[in-house]
Design a protein around this ligand. Sequence first.
Ligand SMILES: *[C@@H]1O[C@H](CO)[C@@H](O)[C@H](O)[C@H]1NC(C)=O
Length: 241
Amino acid sequence: MLLPRVVAVALAVRSAAAVEVEVGADGALHDVAARASKDAAYPMDAASRRFGAQLLASRLNASDLDGDFDRVVRPALLGACGLRDERRARPGKGNTGHCFADWNHVDCCTMALETADSENRGKVAGIAASNFLGDGIRAASVEALGDGGSWCTCTMGSAKSPPGDVCHVQFNARPAFKVVWCPEDLGRFVVVDDAGNKLAQGRPTGRLPPADQRRANAREFANSKYSLPCRPRASASSGAI
Ligand SMILES: *[C@@H]1O[C@H](CO)[C@@H](O)[C@H](O)[C@H]1NC(C)=O
Protein backbone atom coordinates (compact mmCIF):
# COMPACT_ATOMS: atom_id res chain seq x y z
CA MET A 1 0.00 0.00 0.00
CA LEU A 2 2.94 2.31 0.57
CA LEU A 3 4.29 2.64 -2.95
CA PRO A 4 1.25 4.14 -4.68
CA ARG A 5 1.05 6.73 -1.93
CA VAL A 6 4.66 7.71 -2.45
CA VAL A 7 4.17 7.94 -6.19
CA ALA A 8 1.06 10.09 -5.70
CA VAL A 9 2.96 12.46 -3.41
CA ALA A 10 5.86 12.66 -5.84
CA LEU A 11 3.45 13.58 -8.65
CA ALA A 12 1.72 16.16 -6.49
CA VAL A 13 4.96 18.02 -5.73
CA ARG A 14 6.30 17.91 -9.27
CA SER A 15 5.30 21.48 -10.14
CA ALA A 16 6.55 22.68 -6.76
CA ALA A 17 9.92 21.10 -7.52
CA ALA A 18 9.97 22.84 -10.91
CA VAL A 19 9.55 26.19 -9.18
CA GLU A 20 12.34 25.36 -6.69
CA VAL A 21 14.70 24.60 -9.55
CA GLU A 22 13.68 27.79 -11.29
CA VAL A 23 14.27 29.84 -8.15
CA GLY A 24 17.70 28.33 -7.61
CA ALA A 25 18.86 28.40 -11.21
CA ASP A 26 19.78 32.05 -11.66
CA GLY A 27 18.67 33.77 -8.51
CA ALA A 28 16.36 36.04 -10.47
CA LEU A 29 13.45 35.38 -8.18
CA HIS A 30 15.54 36.42 -5.20
CA ASP A 31 15.70 39.93 -6.66
CA VAL A 32 11.99 39.94 -7.24
CA ALA A 33 11.07 40.47 -3.61
CA ALA A 34 13.27 43.56 -3.48
CA ARG A 35 11.73 45.05 -6.61
CA ALA A 36 8.17 44.22 -5.78
CA SER A 37 6.04 46.91 -4.31
CA LYS A 38 2.50 46.40 -3.24
CA ASP A 39 -0.21 47.98 -5.35
CA ALA A 40 -1.78 50.46 -2.93
CA ALA A 41 -5.15 50.20 -4.66
CA TYR A 42 -5.24 46.48 -3.78
CA PRO A 43 -4.17 46.09 -0.14
CA MET A 44 -4.08 42.28 -0.28
CA ASP A 45 -1.77 42.25 -3.30
CA ALA A 46 1.03 39.68 -2.71
CA ALA A 47 3.47 41.78 -4.70
CA SER A 48 6.58 39.61 -4.67
CA ARG A 49 4.57 36.48 -5.40
CA ARG A 50 2.85 38.34 -8.26
CA PHE A 51 6.17 39.48 -9.74
CA GLY A 52 7.53 35.95 -9.37
CA ALA A 53 4.56 34.51 -11.23
CA GLN A 54 4.94 37.10 -13.96
CA LEU A 55 8.62 36.32 -14.31
CA LEU A 56 7.91 32.59 -14.60
CA ALA A 57 5.10 33.26 -17.09
CA SER A 58 7.35 35.46 -19.22
CA ARG A 59 9.83 32.58 -19.47
CA LEU A 60 7.27 30.16 -20.86
CA ASN A 61 8.08 29.40 -24.48
CA ALA A 62 6.93 27.14 -27.29
CA SER A 63 8.20 24.04 -25.49
CA ASP A 64 5.77 24.82 -22.68
CA LEU A 65 2.82 26.44 -24.43
CA ASP A 66 2.69 24.79 -27.87
CA GLY A 67 2.64 21.30 -26.36
CA ASP A 68 -0.20 19.00 -25.40
CA PHE A 69 -2.70 21.15 -23.53
CA ASP A 70 -3.52 18.73 -20.74
CA ARG A 71 -0.07 17.19 -20.18
CA VAL A 72 2.22 20.16 -20.85
CA VAL A 73 0.49 23.52 -21.25
CA ARG A 74 -1.91 23.56 -18.33
CA PRO A 75 0.77 22.26 -15.92
CA ALA A 76 3.13 24.98 -17.20
CA LEU A 77 0.53 27.67 -16.53
CA LEU A 78 -0.14 26.22 -13.07
CA GLY A 79 3.59 26.14 -12.32
CA ALA A 80 4.05 29.78 -13.36
CA CYS A 81 1.15 30.74 -11.10
CA GLY A 82 2.67 28.91 -8.14
CA LEU A 83 -0.05 26.28 -8.11
CA ARG A 84 0.31 22.52 -7.84
CA ASP A 85 -1.04 20.33 -10.61
CA GLU A 86 -3.40 18.49 -8.27
CA ARG A 87 -6.08 16.43 -9.96
CA ARG A 88 -6.98 13.98 -7.20
CA ALA A 89 -7.88 16.21 -4.27
CA ARG A 90 -11.53 16.97 -3.66
CA PRO A 91 -12.87 20.23 -5.08
CA GLY A 92 -12.16 23.00 -2.56
CA LYS A 93 -9.35 20.96 -0.99
CA GLY A 94 -6.62 21.93 -3.42
CA ASN A 95 -7.84 20.39 -6.66
CA THR A 96 -6.63 22.58 -9.54
CA GLY A 97 -8.09 20.47 -12.34
CA HIS A 98 -10.42 23.27 -13.44
CA CYS A 99 -7.71 25.93 -13.59
CA PHE A 100 -7.12 27.35 -17.07
CA ALA A 101 -9.45 24.62 -18.38
CA ASP A 102 -12.56 26.70 -19.10
CA TRP A 103 -13.40 30.27 -20.18
CA ASN A 104 -13.63 31.76 -16.72
CA HIS A 105 -11.03 30.26 -14.35
CA VAL A 106 -8.15 31.90 -16.20
CA ASP A 107 -6.87 34.57 -13.80
CA CYS A 108 -3.75 33.75 -11.80
CA CYS A 109 -4.54 35.64 -8.60
CA THR A 110 -1.73 36.12 -6.06
CA MET A 111 -3.02 37.27 -2.71
CA ALA A 112 -1.98 37.73 0.90
CA LEU A 113 -3.15 34.64 2.74
CA GLU A 114 -5.08 36.63 5.35
CA THR A 115 -7.55 37.41 2.60
CA ALA A 116 -7.87 33.88 1.28
CA ASP A 117 -10.76 33.14 3.60
CA SER A 118 -12.71 36.21 2.58
CA GLU A 119 -16.05 35.30 1.15
CA ASN A 120 -17.73 36.81 -1.84
CA ARG A 121 -20.71 38.45 -0.20
CA GLY A 122 -22.52 39.18 -3.40
CA LYS A 123 -19.70 41.45 -4.59
CA VAL A 124 -19.28 39.72 -7.92
CA ALA A 125 -22.50 39.30 -9.84
CA GLY A 126 -23.20 35.68 -10.68
CA ILE A 127 -20.71 34.12 -8.25
CA ALA A 128 -22.10 32.18 -5.29
CA ALA A 129 -22.33 34.42 -2.23
CA SER A 130 -20.31 32.08 -0.05
CA ASN A 131 -17.37 30.47 -1.80
CA PHE A 132 -14.88 29.60 0.85
CA LEU A 133 -11.56 29.09 -0.87
CA GLY A 134 -8.92 29.45 1.84
CA ASP A 135 -8.25 25.75 2.52
CA GLY A 136 -7.90 24.94 -1.15
CA ILE A 137 -5.62 27.91 -1.78
CA ARG A 138 -3.30 26.91 1.05
CA ALA A 139 -3.20 23.28 -0.10
CA ALA A 140 -2.53 24.14 -3.74
CA SER A 141 -0.09 27.04 -3.40
CA VAL A 142 3.63 26.43 -3.92
CA GLU A 143 5.56 28.06 -1.07
CA ALA A 144 8.76 28.55 -3.10
CA LEU A 145 7.14 31.39 -5.04
CA GLY A 146 7.01 33.61 -1.96
CA ASP A 147 4.64 34.89 0.66
CA GLY A 148 0.93 34.59 0.04
CA GLY A 149 -1.11 32.18 -2.00
CA SER A 150 -2.22 31.65 -5.58
CA TRP A 151 -5.54 30.71 -7.08
CA CYS A 152 -7.12 30.51 -10.52
CA THR A 153 -9.96 32.92 -9.93
CA CYS A 154 -12.94 33.71 -12.13
CA THR A 155 -12.08 36.41 -14.64
CA MET A 156 -15.69 37.41 -15.31
CA GLY A 157 -15.93 41.19 -15.08
CA SER A 158 -12.17 41.82 -15.25
CA ALA A 159 -12.36 43.74 -18.54
CA LYS A 160 -14.72 46.31 -16.99
CA SER A 161 -13.54 49.58 -15.52
CA PRO A 162 -13.04 49.37 -12.62
CA PRO A 163 -12.42 45.62 -12.81
CA GLY A 164 -15.22 43.55 -11.28
CA ASP A 165 -13.63 40.09 -11.13
CA VAL A 166 -13.01 37.88 -8.11
CA CYS A 167 -9.29 38.67 -7.71
CA HIS A 168 -9.73 42.45 -7.65
CA VAL A 169 -13.06 42.56 -5.82
CA GLN A 170 -13.15 39.58 -3.48
CA PHE A 171 -9.45 39.19 -2.70
CA ASN A 172 -8.50 42.87 -3.07
CA ALA A 173 -5.46 41.69 -5.02
CA ARG A 174 -4.07 42.10 -8.50
CA PRO A 175 -3.94 39.13 -10.85
CA ALA A 176 -0.40 38.22 -11.88
CA PHE A 177 -1.60 37.12 -15.30
CA LYS A 178 -4.55 35.86 -17.26
CA VAL A 179 -5.03 33.55 -20.22
CA VAL A 180 -6.87 35.12 -23.15
CA TRP A 181 -7.93 33.03 -26.13
CA CYS A 182 -7.61 34.95 -29.37
CA PRO A 183 -10.88 35.96 -31.06
CA GLU A 184 -9.42 35.81 -34.58
CA ASP A 185 -7.92 32.35 -34.01
CA LEU A 186 -9.34 30.27 -31.15
CA GLY A 187 -6.39 27.87 -31.39
CA ARG A 188 -4.10 30.52 -29.88
CA PHE A 189 -3.93 32.19 -26.53
CA VAL A 190 -1.86 34.95 -24.99
CA VAL A 191 -0.77 35.27 -21.38
CA VAL A 192 -1.11 38.90 -20.30
CA ASP A 193 -0.49 40.83 -17.11
CA ASP A 194 -3.11 43.00 -15.44
CA ALA A 195 -2.19 45.95 -17.66
CA GLY A 196 -2.56 43.90 -20.84
CA ASN A 197 1.17 43.41 -21.53
CA LYS A 198 1.92 40.14 -23.26
CA LEU A 199 4.05 37.77 -21.18
CA ALA A 200 3.80 34.67 -23.36
CA GLN A 201 1.72 33.00 -26.04
CA GLY A 202 0.74 29.50 -27.00
CA ARG A 203 -0.77 27.34 -29.70
CA PRO A 204 -1.42 24.08 -27.87
CA THR A 205 -2.15 20.67 -29.30
CA GLY A 206 -4.24 17.79 -27.98
CA ARG A 207 -7.48 18.27 -26.15
CA LEU A 208 -8.04 22.00 -25.64
CA PRO A 209 -10.80 23.54 -23.53
CA PRO A 210 -14.05 23.11 -25.52
CA ALA A 211 -14.48 25.56 -28.41
CA ASP A 212 -17.52 27.22 -26.79
CA GLN A 213 -15.42 27.89 -23.69
CA ARG A 214 -12.59 29.42 -25.70
CA ARG A 215 -15.14 31.49 -27.64
CA ALA A 216 -16.76 32.72 -24.40
CA ASN A 217 -13.32 33.69 -23.10
CA ALA A 218 -12.50 35.60 -26.28
CA ARG A 219 -15.90 37.34 -26.06
CA GLU A 220 -15.24 38.38 -22.45
CA PHE A 221 -12.09 40.21 -23.55
CA ALA A 222 -13.32 41.51 -26.91
CA ASN A 223 -12.35 45.16 -27.44
CA SER A 224 -10.33 45.22 -24.22
CA LYS A 225 -6.62 45.82 -23.72
CA TYR A 226 -6.27 42.14 -22.83
CA SER A 227 -6.91 40.82 -26.32
CA LEU A 228 -4.76 43.43 -28.11
CA PRO A 229 -1.63 41.24 -27.81
CA CYS A 230 -3.47 38.61 -29.88
CA ARG A 231 -2.93 40.80 -32.92
CA PRO A 232 0.23 39.98 -34.82
CA ARG A 233 2.82 42.75 -34.51
CA ALA A 234 0.68 44.87 -32.22
CA SER A 235 1.40 48.60 -32.22
CA ALA A 236 3.84 48.35 -29.30
CA SER A 237 6.59 46.98 -31.54
CA SER A 238 5.90 49.19 -34.57
CA GLY A 239 8.09 52.04 -33.36
CA ALA A 240 10.99 49.81 -32.36
CA ILE A 241 13.01 50.02 -35.60
C1 LIG B 1 12.27 26.89 -23.85
O1 LIG B 1 13.04 27.18 -22.69
C2 LIG B 1 13.72 26.04 -22.17
C3 LIG B 1 14.37 26.43 -20.85
O2 LIG B 1 14.49 27.79 -20.67
C4 LIG B 1 14.71 25.54 -23.18
O3 LIG B 1 15.38 24.41 -22.68
C5 LIG B 1 13.97 25.17 -24.46
O4 LIG B 1 14.88 24.79 -25.46
C6 LIG B 1 13.15 26.37 -24.97
N1 LIG B 1 12.34 25.92 -26.09
C7 LIG B 1 12.20 26.63 -27.19
C8 LIG B 1 11.33 26.02 -28.25
O5 LIG B 1 12.73 27.69 -27.36
